[in-house]
Design a protein around this ligand. Sequence first.
Ligand SMILES: Nc1nc2c(c(=O)[nH]1)N[C@H]1C(S)=C(S)[C@@H](COP(=O)(O)O)O[C@H]1N2
Ligand SMILES: [Mo]
Length: 332
Amino acid sequence: MLIKTDFHGFVHPTSSDITPPTAYQSRRDMIRLMASGVAGAALASWVGREALAQGWVPPGQHTPLSASKSAVAGALTMEKVTPYKDASTYNNLYEFGTDKSDPAQYAQAMAISPWSVEIEGLVKKPGRFALEALQKLSAQEERIYRLRCVEGWSMVIPWVGYSLAELIRKVEPLGSAKYVEFVTLADPKTMPGVRSSVLDWPYVEGLRMDEAMHPLTLLAFGMYGEALPKQNGAPLRLVVPWKYGFKSGKSLVKIRFTENQPMTAWGRAAPREYGFYSNVNPNVDHPRWSQATERRIGEDGLFAKKRKTLLFNGYDAQVGQMYAGMDLKKFF
Ligand SMILES: Nc1nc2c(c(=O)[nH]1)N[C@H]1C(S)=C(S)[C@@H](COP(=O)(O)O)O[C@H]1N2
Ligand SMILES: [Mo]
């Protein structure tokens, strides 16, 4: 099988390397100090056009630059970042077990080099692409996103990557492509969970095309200025910050463009509990628990007051329009 190592003239020069961990704390402080944020500045040029095209010009602002800052940079939270230790030891990665501590403990056995991602289905330029080609396809930047798990906890994580839309544009989906399916690694040799029947493996997730193309949808290669730890989805994963955490598939091996809504692993396991959309929504309870509040991992003590969960995890201004007119209780 031919593995493509570049995008034939499409390769974008990397604007910045991943920040070394030592430089990280000061960089983070800087991000907090600057109103627009480092990531916001990096995003500004092309997101401006994107924002305008999607009608995101906020009231009283008429230039593309302001629009981009409000639309996307404004979505990058200034909340306190979750300690790295918590973000890398309290995980869901059922391939390695269902305890929160299992992934950090067992995922180190996963082989991540060499790695490639197959892109297939309704697309003009399918193929298998080497990780290195994907890493340099577009400039990577840091984005601090909230991520809320369906179980009721949340974190604030500085991810490193670029908008999935950048990759999608390069492979040119056909007009008939309405959804994108994401398949993740299932290797029974290194993943004990895959031998259990807790889910139908491999772990599959899906997005509607407009969701996949949304500039907030991040293809992440790193976090906290470093390459992703294996338990957080090395070597590459999705981060969809306005949806429950399980929509953000880790360790991606295949991206497929489809006409019909993909069947997802969680949808197959418990269709009444996990809908295809799974947008964070405090007004739509999970059948077994409320979604109105959440516990911030690492920051709040066990008895600390819970936070109120926000519609679309606080990204309503950026993503709400995609669901205008939809009954969110039905399309949960
Ligand atoms: N392949 C795979 N991806 C996955 C999961 C999984 O079990 N397998 N769990 C999901 C769930 S439920 C959550 S909440 C997030 C957690 O990401 P984090 O551990 O980096 O915080 O990963 C998601 N991605
Ligand atoms: Mo989750």
